[in-house]
Design a protein around this ligand. Structure first.
Ligand code: ZN
Length: 498
């Protein structure tokens, strides 16, 4: 490299360190996540008593400090509600009667207090365009449990909005936080016109801290006008971001019985797709694909995965730009579909770190509902590698930690990093360090159609992660702790030292 050093060259000595391609988080919600993570992080709370104490403390704080006090909380575990009813009545006392919205860890389910329901105008059940449900008691009165965003959005919108300047400040801070675990890019799996406005603003001046591709959401209830408005957003882009991807849902989540399975779950759920009419889903895929969009679909259950593959095969598995269409999550899938992903080149975009909510004795809601046979076919990253199917890895932040090292470690270990006695889930599905790094670099790059990212090669963009130790030569436990920093496209101006 010495031959290339000129008078204007800044030399960064990396003696003893390892340079890899910059990491790309294949699936995250950095901007929507800021909305969903307002209030207190209730992650790690496993008992009703601890939850109620945390809510009371937040209610007291809100009353003392806020002009329009609300209790907002996120990252709540489903298992807390095995000893506490998932109802407004169960939390009304703890929140001192304040309007409250608690979002469970996966973002698919929320619990509102009685006052929260009232502020959101939720007085009875009503038909929603997707599988969202306003749960009611036998008298038709909403209980407070709101399944899917379509059900809880009115309550969220009724809570105080965050000022624009604050949104921009928090978004910048979050995107810089991504850089600190070696990430130089990511794929935003939600979005609309407002997301693009925000990205345009954040991309001003020195540019976004990470390169982003953003999806545009299309929900089952969208009419022709909204569909046309979405289609018009295809080519929006800036210095370090672009659009061109549509995000659809084929199901919900296992824990509430809204994932779509071939056979019902242990509680009788899992039998309905997100769309009331899956033909309408297939037509929507076709509409966006023929308009030149790449298509990403959330599919967690085995039947959802199979149906999405069917719909993609009908339109051709590659988008017009050459990027394969992609499936998000694939928490459990059939053998036949492992083979079909390899045959079609459709990308499996997975987040193995979502396994952290499973317990060793399979008593958690996810394991109980699926049962042992289907749980044994969970997050089949190893099987997909062995048959040559494209695999991209990511975090789904704020659903799980955005530190890419934790995501890499879970893909390698299939257990909690740093705890050698923690249960290992499906050891045969563990990825090697190389395979995990591949999923977080070139795998995620190709998944979004970027052949000049995720690799170190002449002509590729110079986005790098610099590691204090060789990430291919350490264990997953060590990797989760290895200092790293990232360099974006040769821009060294804000380079932190490891
Ligand atoms: Zn997501």
């Amino acid at each position: 490299m010495r031959d290339y050093i000129g008078p204007a060259t800044e030399v960064v000595a990396l003696a003893g360190q390892t340079v890899t391609p910059g990491l790309i988080d294949g699936h995250l919600h950095p901007l929507q996540g800021l909305e969903l993570t307002l209030g207190v992080d209730l992650g790690g709370i496993t008992t009703a008593q601890a939850l109620l104490a945390a809510l009371r403390e937040e209610a007291n704080r809100a009353i003392a400090e806020d002009s329009d006090p609300w209790v907002r909380g996120w990252n709540v575990a489903y298992d807390v509600f095995r000893e506490l009813p998932l109802t407004a009545a169960a939390i009304d006392g703890a929140v001192l009667g304040l309007p409250t919205l608690l979002i469970l860890f996966d973002g698919h389910t929320a619990l509102a207090s009685t006052e929260g329901l009232r502020r959101g105008g939720i007085t009875r059940a009503r038909e929603l365009a997707d599988t969202g449900v306003i749960v009611t008691d036998s008298g038709g009165v909403p209980t407070g449990e709101l399944r899917e965003m379509s059900a809880y959005e009115p309550v969220r919108l009724a809570s105080p909005a965050v000022p624009r300047a604050e949104v921009l400040r928090k978004a910048r801070a979050l995107l810089w936080e991504l850089r600190s675990s070696g990430l130089t890019g990511g794929c935003i799996m939600d979005g609309g016109a407002a997301t693009l406005d925000l990205l345009t603003e954040l991309d001003g001046g020195p540019g976004l801290p990470v390169r982003l591709v953003t999806a545009i959401d299309h929900e089952p209830g969208f009419d022709e006008e909204r569909t046309l408005a979405n289609l018009a957003l295809r080519d929006n882009s800036g210095k370090r971001w672009r659009s061109g991807l549509v995000k659809l849902y084929a199901d919900g989540v296992v824990e509430t019985g809204t994932s779509w399975l071939f056979d019902q779950d242990a509680a009788g759920g899992g039998i309905e797709p997100f769309w009331r009419d899956m033909e309408a889903y297939a037509r929507t895929v076709s509409r966006y694909a023929s308009a030149g969009f790449q298509v990403a679909t959330h599919a967690i259950g085995d039947r959802a995965v199979a149906s999405v593959i069917d719909a993609y095969v009908r339109v051709g598995s590659l988008s017009r730009s050459g990027a394969p269409h992609r499936i998000e999550h694939l928490e459990t899938m059939a053998d036949r579909d492992v083979a079909r992903l390899a045959a079609t080149g459709i990308t499996a975009s997975m987040q193995p770190l979502h396994m952290q909510h499973r317990s060793a004795d399979a008593s958690d809601e996810w394991s109980r509902r699926l049962g042992p046979a289907r749980a044994a076919r969970a997050w089949r990253a190893g099987d997909l590698w062995r048959v040559g199917a494209p695999v991209a890895l990511g975090s789904d932040w704020p659903i799980a930690q955005n530190d890419a090292r934790i995501g890499l470690a879970w893909a390698m270990l299939r257990r909690r990093p740093g705890d050698v006695h923690a249960p290992v889930f499906e050891a045969e599905q563990r990825l090697t360090a190389y395979q995990a790094l591949h999923g977080y670099t070139i795998g995620s790059a190709l998944a979004q159609g970027d052949s000049d990212l995720g690799i170190i090669a002449p002509g590729a963009r110079a986005d790098y992660a610099v590691w204090a130790a060789d990430p291919l030569a350490v264990t997953g436990d060590e990797l989760a702790q290895t200092p790293v920093f990232s360099i974006l496209g040769g821009d060294l101006s804000e380079r932190p030292s490891p």
